[in-house]
Design a protein around this ligand. Sequence first.
Ligand code: ADP
Ligand code: MG
Ligand code: MG
Length: 917
Amino acid sequence: MTSTKWVYRFDEVDLAEKAVDGDWEEVRGLLGGKGANLGEMTRLGVPVPPGFTVTTKACLSYLEDGGTFPDGALDQVTEALRTVEASTGKRFGDSANPLLLSCRSGAKFSMPGMMDTVLNIGLNDDVVAGFTELTGDEHFVYDSYRRLIQMFGSVVLGLRDELFENVLERHRAEAGVETDPELPVEHLRQIVAEFHQIAPRFPDDPFEQLRLATEAVFQSWNGKRAKDYRNAAGIAHDLGTAVSIQTMVFGNMGDDSGTGVAMSRNATTGEDRIEGDYLTNAQGEDVVAGTRATKPIDELATEMPDMFSEFKEIARRLEHHYHEMQDMEFTIEHGKLWLLQTRDGKRTAQAAVRIAVEQVAEGLISQQEAVMRVSPEQVDFFLHPQFSPESRASAHWLAGGLNVSPGAAVGVVAFDADLAERWAKEDGRQVIMVRPETKPDDVHGMLAAEGILTSRGGRTSHAALVARQFGKPAVVGVAELEIDLNARVMTFGDQVVAEGDWISIDGTTGDVYLEALDTMVPDIEDPWLMELLGWADGLRRLDVRANADYPADAERARAYGAQGIGLTRTEHMFFEAERLPVVQRMIMAESPSERKEALEQLLPLQRSDFEGLFRAMDGLPVIIRLIDPPLHEFLPARNDLSKSLASHKFLLTKATTLAEIDEVLAQVEEEEHMLTRVEALHESNPMLGTRGVRLGIMLPDLTRMQVRAIFEAACEVARTGGDVHPEVMIPLTSHVNELKRQREVLEAEAKLVMEEQGIEVDYLFGTMIEIPRAALTAAEIAEYAEFFSFGTNDLTQTAFGISRDDAEAGFLVHYMQEGILDENPFATLDRDGVGQLMRMATENGRAARPGLEVGICGEHGGDPASIALCHELGLDYVSCSPFRVPIARLAAAQAAVRAGDPGPRGSSSPAEAASLG
Ligand code: ADP
Ligand code: MG
Ligand code: MG
């Protein structure tokens, strides 16, 4: 039996690769990112101090066995150490020519600063004496020694670092110097003596130092800091850390030495220019510790020009090797450059995009790779203001809620829509509208506000939908937020915030802050982003349309690259303040003629909205959905109405003049009438009641009016040279007969209008698929529908039998915590259930009607994971809010690449969509 290999020298990275069949990800898993890259740099001929890596497997075995090294591991360490001694000509523990070592942690995924490293291992009083003789530099040797005891003390012995720092501070004061390197050598000697007293258990034996440091690194994997980091970053807890043991090189050997960190490109802007910091006469930790003011890397070019150009050359070489921007650590010892670490650099969204695009131009990566490099969330960043990191760091955090609509917003608190609108429009104030939850008649306030905050509701709550639709940052469902609408205050625990006070909300993270934070606005017109999205367009097979109700939204959507409208909710037009009374009259009409009159008033309003949409989407398809919501949404609430009625009746008893009596009496009569109608229309479960196509069937005149508005608008636009492609969509169909009926009404009216106007426009007639029965009978339905659009909010609701308005309610949250559901099905499509219904409907529908157009217009249309499913199902398009269009373009391309079939569909016109502005 061959024994396990627990230790790999840096020059044995080939062996590690062979052990895992050449899979570089697994090499990283075995040696940790740091160890794997030290090996890789060694293989590339980059100057790396010799060393070796103890594997993550050894760590896991050590932790499992309650702190014992696996058999053979320590022997392998000793053996590797001998090779390092041979190649450096130094000996570990030898006082005449000592080898010093660093003991460095490194997991598969980088966890910067989360685990521990010990430098200068191998020093003790004897070695210090010999090393001083050898180097002739007592100052440097004592500086290294005090660092070892200090690091060993805190990392291995668990002593508080302040104990050591206090001593240093006292000596700096006594010696009258600012920084540690300036400390005179007598002080350093004294410091070492004092450090020994603080850390009496510091072992003299170098091998003991090395073993204990290695164990401390292993154990740091389970330290609280590391665990918290893994939880936050979503890194698995069972990976373990490797330990890299490496020959020390010294940046603290005088002014021809130094140490630094640098990125191969600017991590904030992406500019192709090395960016970093360094210190002369310093050792590793000093640069990040922030105890001394660092110098920008550009200064190295004048201070040590040879070192700088060599470093630049290596940085370029590493980038070419990894095809990625690199984040590197280096040390210069007496004019010799050493690389101590390299890894892929973290960067902002802007930098990620620019770097990917420029690397294509440099021939480093392909367009396809560039498209895969940028995450859809990073694209989102370009579309919304963000808080500056500095102001966030110092801000007073109040609470966290659901991050339903990204972006940062700052404003004064307003507790109702009218006030929000007045403050914003009349007083020009920035407002955050805060409500327990929002309703359709709050929309004017939401539009005027910078952002929206609610204490209740979930991802598909009214507040969330509207906020995303209009790109308003929103945080909803903040459980600890209590709103007292009478006292006009809200409380977060014992923190009270009054109406008019400033707050900041971050819809990207869900955070709520007291006070106004600084924001910065990223730029959608970013030329690199436009280029990248253009490439994405060439790879995707799904078209991307937008959900837009107003011409302005349609224009924005088109500017962002939308290839048409996938959903216009006609009822949104009905909710506007001046239109609502007419809509109410139409609903409550007691005679057909009364209803007709109201409908005639609505007709021109709808027509002009549709005209605007058709013009904005000239040449592209526009799906208009006929009225959908339950009637009660247009009517005053029963309770409010009875309360108001009661108070008017009471007023009646107090009225004195005849005029007063008349006035109040008129109100009472009007309200009594309303109440009767509201009660007559009352449904115990309106979500399952008279809505969607059912409403259209009950009120065929309403369908007729809407169809007339659509076709009059279409004819008008066509007459003036526009290219219109209306698609009329029936909501909430469950039975083919519903569709058949509506289609008759619709075709007759459409024909009539076109004859009146003397113009023919091509149009499609289709339906939403949002009831399981419709999906199950898709073949029949397709006989009457020329297109399907999955309304996945309702389809998820009806497939699961979970109310979408309570989607974030207790049990669903519990389900996700317990792992009963992996994901919120209202945020990401449920592949196995709802996805199956979609698959079946698509296949059966297309079998019955070849060429059937199939798309999705639910909220899922903007979710990257759901977009991937839509790609797999072979849908023609996804439709999402205008602000998610660029994200969907990228996500659709990534889905195509991951599925192995990139390339545009025959019918789509990516060129159209390639421009953003
Ligand atoms: P981290 O993961 O926290 O960055 P590192 O293992 O990279 O920890 O080490 C911390 C610091 O010590 C770094 O600045 C690194 O450059 C320095 N360092 C590590 N090993 C050596 C070495 N062999 N010689 C000189 N400096 C080293
Ligand atoms: Mg490091
Ligand atoms: Mg619906």
